[in-house]
Design a binder for this molecule. Structure first.
Ligand SMILES: Cc1cc2nc3c(=O)[nH]c(=O)nc-3n(C[C@H](O)[C@H](O)[C@H](O)COP(=O)(O)OP(=O)(O)OC[C@H]3O[C@@H](n4cnc5c(N)ncnc54)[C@H](O)[C@@H]3O)c2cc1C
Length: 481
């Protein structure tokens, strides 16, 4: 290549890069100012659809989900039919579609899947579930036609492994009922059945054709690859040369545990992040479990990276109960931290600080998700980085010790609030045991306590009357985050 060609290519590349950056900026602007507001108004929170969805149990939560699911199902049905002339061809097509749909299900790291697709955990889990159901439907079509044509002979190796694969699929579907009550058992059963399904399918598909081999290899590679990435992430986060591994210490506050973690490898922490935590000292099985918790508070080093983080844990019946029963208040324990994950890492949800007015509603332990946003907004305000002029938090206590678990952080926040931007209103229902009078507390009396149940609609309407700029409403009113 002569020098003038190199010269032209270099200049053309620089010009192309500038144009690409401009386009990327335009897309981002369009997304933030037009596409996302339109999506929120007409799809995510479409009022007419919300009332229908609430009354019909199996309908998806938002309109976008319904549209995507309709597109997915109708598209698959079309592929089921195109070019299919007889029943054996229909059975083969269904088998191909079952195998093809199986591939994305083997991406075994939910948090990374959420990160790559930029969707919420619940949407990711719905996508996973819908694809799983499609695999089962295709397998049913395939199996029904084959059995009707050939009968079922379990002495035949192909039939036997096909039957085993069907049992695995049914188990995968049914074991979902364990998810809420026996999460760890569900997880192990789900993974075990998914792996055994691959083995059964490998034996069932005979002769293995080029495309079926490729699809099976893709399943194995996705599973192995995502597992490996997870192992590398955990090692990276927990092992740093010359530094101690992550250490945790616990403070019990009634029925809530404050977990303090010292991080060997700090990172710049953002509101909305969570980590997956394992503390082996909680019990032998705890080494193989990791549980998600929101980062409620953090302390930075001089470079602005979080060196220590705090979590608020509400004990349930498994790992979290063992934390409370087996670990000693104030003592240090080895911890394994995996993360960070969460909305802040998706980069598609817009910034809370872009809104003039932020209104948060929460109940009980849900405060863990609200505090980090207030912290970040107040810090951003001091650094001149956010537009927010008013922040209101309305929090209804669920248990007697809710307030004491978060008190120090709330008081710290109001004392940082030099411009009186932050308003905290706590509802302390009379049904809770510990008495608390209606009063004002905290620096400049900025925390107001009312001893009654919250009237959420009234609070929202009152807030809307004082609206400054665009108002963002954050929160979920139930005991779970
Ligand atoms: C994104 C996210 C953030 C969360 N943040 C907090 C928080 O800041 N503070 C807090 O107290 N709780 C939080 N939780 C809930 C917390 O993860 C569970 O309470 C905890 O894992 C229960 O552990 P356990 O063994 O005691 O559960 P169990 O008593 O066995 O089950 C209680 C509930 O927790 C669910 N659960 C159990 N293990 C897991 C797991 N590994 N992953 C997901 N769900 C599980 C079960 O399905 C069940 O619904 C969060 C959950 C999620 C999904």
């Amino acid at each position: 290549m002569d020098s003038s060609t190199v010269y032209y290519i270099t200049f053309a590349s620089i010009a192309a890069l500038l144009v690409l950056l401009r386009i990327a900026h335009g897309i981002r602007y369009f997304h933030q100012h037009y596409l996302r507001p339109w999506y929120l108004r007409h799809l995510a929170y479409a009022r007419w659809y919300g009332s229908i969805a609430r009354s019909i149990p199996l309908l998806p939560e938002d309109l976008l989900d319904l549209l995507l699911q309709t597109f997915y199902v109708s598209g698959t049905v079309v592929v089921n039919l195109i070019g299919v002339k007889d029943l054996p061809a229909a059975a083969s097509r269904a088998a191909q579609l079952a195998l093809g749909n199986l591939v994305p299900l083997y991406f075994c790291h939910e948090d990374l899947g959420v990160f790559f697709l930029g969707v919420s955990i619940s949407r990711y889990s719905r996508i996973h579930q819908n694809i799983g159901i499609m695999v089962i439907l295709q397998a049913v079509v395939h199996g029904a036609i084959r059995v009707q044509k050939e009968g079922l002979n379990l002495q035949d190796k192909r039939h036997f492994y096909g039957f085993l694969a069907a049992i695995m699929l049914v188990t995968l579907l049914v074991c979902r009922i364990l998810k809420r009550r026996l999460y760890e058992l569900f997880l192990k059963l789900h993974t075990g059945c998914a792996l055994f399904l691959l083995y059964a399918l490998w034996k069932h598909i005979n002769p293995q054709t080029g495309s079926s081999i490729v699809l099976m290899v893709m399943c194995v590679s996705l599973f192995g690859g995502s597992f490996l990435v997870q192992v590398i992430r955990v090692l990276y986060r927990n092992v740093a040369l010359g530094r101690q591994s992550a250490r945790s210490s616990l403070v019990l506050s009634g029925n809530t545990i404050q977990v303090h973690l010292m991080l060997p490898r700090p990172w710049k922490i953002r509101a909305g992040e969570r980590i997956n935590l394992a503390i082996p000292s909680a019990g032998l099985t705890s080494l193989f479990q990791s549980h998600p918790f929101v980062i409620v508070w953090w302390e930075n080093d001089i470079a602005g990276n979080g060196v220590s983080i705090f979590l608020l844990v509400r004990p349930r019946t498994g790992f979290t109960r063992k934390l409370r029963e087996r670990l000693v208040d104030g003592q240090q324990y080895l911890a394994l931290v995996d993360g960070p994950y969460g909305i802040a890492r998706h980069g598609v949800s817009g910034h809370v600080g872009d809104y003039g007015h932020v209104f948060m509603v929460t109940t009980g332990i849900g405060i863990a998700a609200g505090i980090p946003y207030i912290k970040e907004l107040l810090e951003g305000r001091r650094g001149g980085k956010v537009k927010t002029q008013r922040i209101s938090l309305v929090w209804q206590l669920e248990q007697n010790d809710d307030y004491s678990a978060a008190r120090n952080w709330l008081q710290n926040l109001v004392s940082q609030d030099g411009d009186y931007q932050l308003r905290v209103l706590i509802f302390h229902p009379a049904r809770l045991e510990s008495p608390m009078a209606s009063m004002r507390i905290g620096e400049h009396n900025m925390i107001e306590v009312q001893t009654k149940e919250a009237d959420w609609e009234k609070e929202f309407l009152a807030e809307a009357q004082r609206q400054i700029g665009t108002m963002l409403v954050i929160g979920r009113i139930d005991p779970y985050i």
